[in-house]
Design a protein around this ligand. Sequence first.
Ligand code: SF4
Length: 212
Amino acid sequence: MLKITEIFYSIQGESTFAGERCVFVRLTGCNLRCTYCDTEYAFYDGNEFSVDSIIETIKSFNCNLIEITGGEPLLQNEVNNLMTKLCDKRFTVLLETSGSLSIEKVDKRVINILDFKTPSSKMVKKNYFANVNFLKTSDEVKFVLGSREDYDWAKKIIIKYNLEKKVTILFSSVFGKIEHVKLVNWILEDKLNVRYQLQMHKYIWDPNKTGV
Ligand code: SF4
């Protein structure tokens, strides 16, 4: 059984899959408390569902792209069973994870989107950097930036772990915290091989709207 906050059908707002139709499975619970968290409603409550009933719900949307998210989905071991079964059924599965827990046991067909926590999240000590050893070229590493300090930190991490050679790197800003133009100019000046992204869903809908 898995504790689920919501399952919904929307447009993927981030990653290299941005703009595509996607079914989101949001698992309940998180081991972190990022300062800018916009999904605190996923920390508690939720309802228990079997893996098979979750798959039946997913199938009803007739959509091939699935994102497993949270909270922190890897807190519930059974999520690995769900992801493997979805891969067996030839869904494209994205796992959005904070990077504080090991991805070693995640099915290799799953695309990990690892969100290393920058200083302004106040969760930087929770990063589990050994995860870089388990990354595949199909995976993506995301940095959510709220300040110049975050940007400089992200640059150091990219160099230290040679991430440019390993994965797609995503930069995005803490919503409303830092001007996009500033960040983009820094990236251009430094000639970083990263992909800047907007959280598309926050521009399509009200930024505080959930389930989209
Ligand atoms: S890891 Fe994600 S869900 Fe958990 S506190 Fe941070 S932003 Fe919120």
